[in-house]
Design a binder for this molecule. Structure first.
Ligand code: ADP
Ligand code: GN1
Ligand code: MG
Length: 367
């Protein structure tokens, strides 16, 4: 379901400083949160230029202006580090000189330069997945000296899995649409793993897992690759940049990209963990991080992968119980289907746990 209607879209466009005349505006991308549009403009010299227009979903981000403040700071900082302008998102300013526009309905809009000649992929092959790993690893490295305390927490407790579990239990107790009956096995799956959810937070407390500036939404379709070489260009979807853990950035990417099937595959026989992709991502991510991560953190990468798969599955299930109010859905049981896919992948990770640990150990340096 879209957040904005076409009148609101046309009105929003007028408030941004575009280099030409708008020819076309079409819905774009596969994100679950924001409304995204691609705009085509005719330039005065006859050429053409694309832009990306987005709403910031205020049901998800309670304070969109804080989201925009984070993005402005981080993209400005990254621009001082990278060489090619296509390596960092560029906000387009409004006619008033701001980085966002709030319309009369309170909707927050922003515009980006389109990353030209690029693609982003829902199901990358192994080489493309390596490129995504490099991009997210470098992103972590580039931001290692960024002043984390200047960032707003755009979604409080975003990857606090024990809190996510509490929210799941609350939704289950309310069960407003009486859907719990149709998800008995999935509910049991979540409850039976309750002791696992605090593992990363415990490792943070015991000093093995430091807070770092992280992306927090590392799906492969949040990286733009060069259209012709398929090498990594730019990390996008910066709404959730906040202090977080390296291993959850790693883990969410594995959840999405090392699954042998789509995030919402209905045939669970097709859902497996691709260990070759797991290894290639480990290699690419650590290489991108440039030796920043100590061995004790590297050894927790499998926990990050299982935690994120479990957590996102739990979030899909919670949203199903609450009546699909958070994630965009395409059909009635979409969130239930998505959660089943995640839980099958968790089962695969549990089966291959020792192999996952063995793989990450190969990349430790003995420190
Ligand atoms: P969501 O939070 O809904 O996932 P994203 O910011 O990831 O929103 O954008 C959705 C999709 O729009 C992306 O997966 C990508 O295909 C496309 N996109 C977003 N920003 C750009 C950009 N600057 N240049 C080209 N494509 C973009
Ligand atoms: C959402 O915005 P998008 O589609 O990249 C969600 C992530 C989930 C993901 C599941 C802000 O990501 O946390 O992991 O869906 N983003 C937010 O596909 O909640
Ligand atoms: Mg996205």
């Amino acid at each position: 379901m879209r957040i904005a209607n076409s009148e609101q879209v046309s009105n929003a466009i007028k408030h941004f400083r575009l280099d030409g005349q708008v020819l076309k505006c079409v819905p774009y991308g596969n994100g679950h949160i924001n409304d995204t549009f691609r705009i085509l403009c005719k330039l005065p010299d006859g050429g053409e230029k694309y832009y990306i227009l987005q709403t910031v979903n205020s049901n998800v981000f309670k304070n969109p202006t804080e989201v925009m403040a984070n993005i402005e700071k981080v993209t400005g900082y990254l621009r001082g580090i990278v060489k090619d302008p296509r390596e960092v998102l560029s906000l387009v300013s409004t006619v008033k000189g701001d980085t966002y526009y709030i319309d009369d309905n309170g909707l927050c809009w922003r515009m980006y330069d389109f990353v030209n000649d690029s693609v982003c992929l829902d199901q990358p092959d192994i080489d493309e997945f390596y490129q995504c790993a490099l991009a997210f690893g470098k992103f972590q490295k580039y931001l290692s000296n960024f002043p984390a305390d200047t960032l707003f927490e755009t979604i409080p407790d975003f990857h606090n899995t024990p809190k996510r579990y509490e929210n799941f239990i609350k939704a289950l107790e309310k069960d407003p649409l009486s859907r719990a009956e149709s998800a008995k096995d999935e509910i049991e799956f979540v409850k039976s793993r309750k002791d696992f959810y605090g593992v990363l937070i415990e490792n943070n407390k015991n000093g093995k897992l430091p807070l770092r500036v992280s992306h927090n939404d590392t799906k492969s379709n949040n990286v733009m690759l060069d259209e012709s070489t398929h090498s990594a260009l730019c990390v996008i979807d910066l709404d959730t940049i906040m202090p977080g853990f390296s291993v959850t950035d790693f883990g969410d990417a594995i959840r999405f990209g090392a699954n042998t099937a789509a995030e919402d595959e209905k045939d669970l026989n097709k859902v497996n963990l691709d260990l070759d992709k797991f290894e290639v991502y480990t290699k690419g991510f650590l290489s991108g991080c440039g030796g920043e991560l100590p061995d004790s953190e590297i050894m927790l990468l499998p926990e990050g992968a299982k935690m994120m798969t479990m957590e996102v599955g739990m979030r899909f299930l919670t949203d199903y119980l609450e009546g699909d109010t958070y994630f965009k859905t395409d059909y009635k049981d979409h969130n239930l289907v998505r959660c089943r896919t995640q839980f099958k992948l968790v089962t695969e990770m549990e089966k291959h746990w020792d192999e996952m640990k063995k793989i990450v150990k190969k990349y430790c340096r003995g420190n």
